[in-house]
Design a protein around this ligand. Structure first.
Ligand code: ADP
Ligand code: MG
Length: 239
């Protein structure tokens, strides 16, 4: 219902927009469902940022991807748009359980991502369910929701691992996509062991995406552990 809140504020740095031919930079030039297009349009997202125009095509094509671009460059939609498209195309339903997991390093970031996901799904009238799973929230309420079927799970690592190990009825064997956002910070915050345990439990046949502000040695190690090296694409917006 708002048009202005999603535009960067005057005093914030503006995202880098794609510098190519004008019509190549529009979301409408991408092969997206009418629902996703409507969800973007309702929020006045028309022109893709650089990282979006670099990452969305290979992700729509099903490739694994490592994406690096500084904070504020629009990474959230770069992974949420392809994830929602993937579940929409698969006609992923509540009874299928969880089709995508997005891991963020902090509760604050998880809540932000969840908010963007919620707006895109609801404004686009997508049928997929989505939920927030994070430390400090009511564990049992989360478990009950997971057992009913949360198609897109946005979470912090510790609580996700807890549910993967302990929540009966959390159906995740149909997982199609895993995204690790701010991978550099997830590792800095000492979640490496949790991440390794999470990766051991999740289905191996899936699309994996790894986004960060910086490309560090640790991110490379995580990529080696989680990404399909043969088909992976690396995209970076130089800062
Ligand atoms: P990052 O994750 O790279 O730090 P975000 O995904 O949080 O960046 O986006 C930063 C800001 O840019 C947000 O306010 C978001 O709404 C806005 N934004 C993202 N993509 C676009 C776009 N295509 N057009 C206009 N604003 C955008
Ligand atoms: Mg971000």
């Amino acid at each position: 219902t708002t048009t202005s809140t999603n535009q960067p504020k005057e005093d914030e740095e503006k995202p880098n927009f794609y510098a190519g031919k004008d019509d190549e930079a529009l979301f409408t030039s991408m092969p997206l469902s009418d629902k996703t297009k409507a969800g973007l349009e309702a929020q006045s997202f028309t022109r893709m940022t650089q990282i979006q125009s670099m990452a969305i095509p290979p992700l729509l094509a099903g490739k694994d991807l490592i994406g690096a671009a500084k904070t504020g460059s629009g990474k959230t939609l770069a992974f949420l748009v392809p994830i929602i498209e993937l579940l929409h195309k698969a006609k992923f339903a509540t009874r299928n359980g969880t089709g995508a997991i997005i891991i963020a390093p902090t509760r604050e970031l998880a809540m932000q991502i969840y908010g963007v996901c919620h707006e895109l799904c609801s404004q686009g009238k997508h049928s997929q369910t989505h939920g927030l799973i994070m430390g400090g929230a009511n564990r049992r309420t989360e478990a009950e929701r997971l057992a009913k079927g949360v198609n897109i799970v946005v979470c912090t690592p510790g609580r996700l691992l807890d549910h993967l190990q302990n929540t009966k009825g959390f159906l995740f064997r149909n997982l199609l996509a895993l995204c690790m956002d701010e991978a550099d910070r997830i590792l800095e915050d000492g979640f490496e062991d949790d991440l390794r345990a999470i990766l051991r439990l999740l289905p191996k046949e899936r699309q994996t995406m790894l986004f960060s502000a910086t490309q560090t040695k640790q991110v490379e190690d995580l990529a080696r552990l989680s990404i399909n090296q043969k088909s992976a694409v690396f995209v970076e917006v130089p800062s």
